[in-house]
Design a protein around this ligand. Structure first.
Ligand code: ADP
Length: 169
């Protein structure tokens, strides 16, 4: 049984993440989408909210399980018997950081490989931070995030009064 983990912050999950995940289902028997319970980063959504949104977003993709994890992704991979960590590579800007991370993980456990998957061209410039920014400016992103995610962001921005522009009543 080939098990891989796909770790990340997923704040929130986008069609870019789902594109990578779908490609990974062709390579592995089970993929665990591992939502980092981050402490150092200020996330828009709590860990539970991110797990819930990811679970809804992957409902239609078989072989995928959504789980949150604390601490190092490599330790989580060991715990679930995964021999592979999947990461997405977009522009050159991802490369330096991702390479550093994968080398560090290799130092921690040389038996676990990191593989990089490249998304379809339409998702190359899509990131969770851009999604948060655009929705914050009142834009719609229906081609880039699932509807449930768009609804959740709109609600969150309203709740926290984070809109940069005030919508006319
Ligand atoms: P992290 O904080 O660990 O970078 P993210 O949720 O931002 O968490 O990303 C998780 C993984 O998904 C990373 O490897 C990132 O490069 C990749 N990723 C994010 N958005 C895209 C996208 N649009 N296309 C391909 N890979 C992506």
């Amino acid at each position: 049984m080939k098990i891989a983990i796909y770790p990340g912050t997923f704040d929130p999950i986008t069609y870019g993440h789902l594109n990578i995940l779908t490609k990974a289902t062709r390579l592995f028997d089970e993929i665990i989408l591992a939502v980092a319970n981050v402490t150092g980063k200020n996330t828009l959504f709590s860990t539970d909210e991110r797990v819930n949104l990811c679970s809804k977003a992957v409902e239609h993709i078989s072989k995928v399980k959504v789980v949150s994890f604390d601490g190092l992704a490599i330790r989580f991979a060991e715990d679930v018997n995964a021999l592979t960590i999947i990461r997405g590579l977009r522009a050159v800007s991802d490369f330096e950081y991702e390479l550093q991370l994968s080398l560090m993980n290799k130092n921690l456990n040389a038996d676990i490989e990191t593989i990089f998957l490249v998304p379809d061209a339409s998702y190359l410039y899509l990131s969770s931070s851009m999604v948060r920014q655009i929705v914050g400016l009142g834009g719609s992103l229906k081609n880039y995030i699932p509807f449930c995610v768009e609804e959740a962001i709109i609600q969150k921005f309203a709740e926290l009064d984070l809109y940069d522009i005030k919508k006319s009543e």
